[in-house]
Design a protein around this ligand. Structure first.
Ligand code: ITT
Length: 184
């Protein structure tokens, strides 16, 4: 089986490819820009994007909308993570947290799969924003996020290690379980 992943982010594709490799499913990147609406939740953004694409893309596809939610910043950047990454960057986020004692945060990922109807799968991982960047793997905010119970940041992990515990890995797991059940 081949699955189209609609995204502009090669880092996300790498993770999904690695995850599905062992299950015999081939994931490929399809670049097709779609509107990311301003909304309060990742679910709404993912749902709108998938519905919009459904009339324009042939065959089944999935997309992933994700974000970093920092508790001391009341959940910011959250749904604005891509924008915050481009504008503030990791250094800007570290500066915002300079005087904060509570550095807890979580990543959340929502996968929307379209096969004629819409299916949503979510995953979350808790952790903290460390005080300086560490590691060079992964993408986005990985160098400043250390998942709870681990000494390494996501950027110090291999894709396989990150996939086992990450928000996206968990959403992919739920998606894969569903596929196994429904494609019998
Ligand atoms: P597409 O929308 O084209 O898929 P994107 O990078 O713009 O790609 P999002 O709109 O979902 O993706 O934005 C999420 C942002 O949150 C992303 O740009 C990263 O900065 C950050 N992010 C999401 N998942 C992450 C992860 O696993 N590790 C590090 N940063 C992540």
């Amino acid at each position: 089986m081949r699955l189209a992943f609609i995204t502009s982010n090669p880092g996300k594709v790498e993770e999904a490819k690695k995850y599905f490799e062992s299950l015999g499913v081939e994931v490929y990147q399809l670049r097709f820009s779609y509107p990311e609406i301003q909304a309060d939740t990742l679910e709404e953004v993912a749902e709108y994007g998938a519905e919009w694409l459904s009339g324009r893309v042939n065959g089944p596809f999935f997309l992933d909308d994700s974000g970093l939610f920092i508790n001391a910043l009341k959940g910011f950047p959250g749904v604005y993570s891509a924008y915050a990454y481009k504008t503030l960057g990791m250094d800007g986020i570290l500066r915002l947290l300079e005087k904060e004692r509570d550095r807890s945060a979580y990543f959340k990922s929502v996968i929307a799969y379209w096969d004629g109807t819409l299916h949503l799968f979510t995953g979350r991982v808790d952790g903290e924003i460390i005080t300086e960047k560490r590691g060079s793997n992964g993408f986005g905010f990985d160098p400043v996020f250390r998942p709870s119970g681990f000494d390494k940041t996501f950027a110090e992990m291999t894709t396989e290690e990150k996939n086992k515990i990450s928000h996206r890995g968990r959403a992919l797991e739920a998606f894969a379980e569903w596929l196994k059940e429904n494609l019998k």
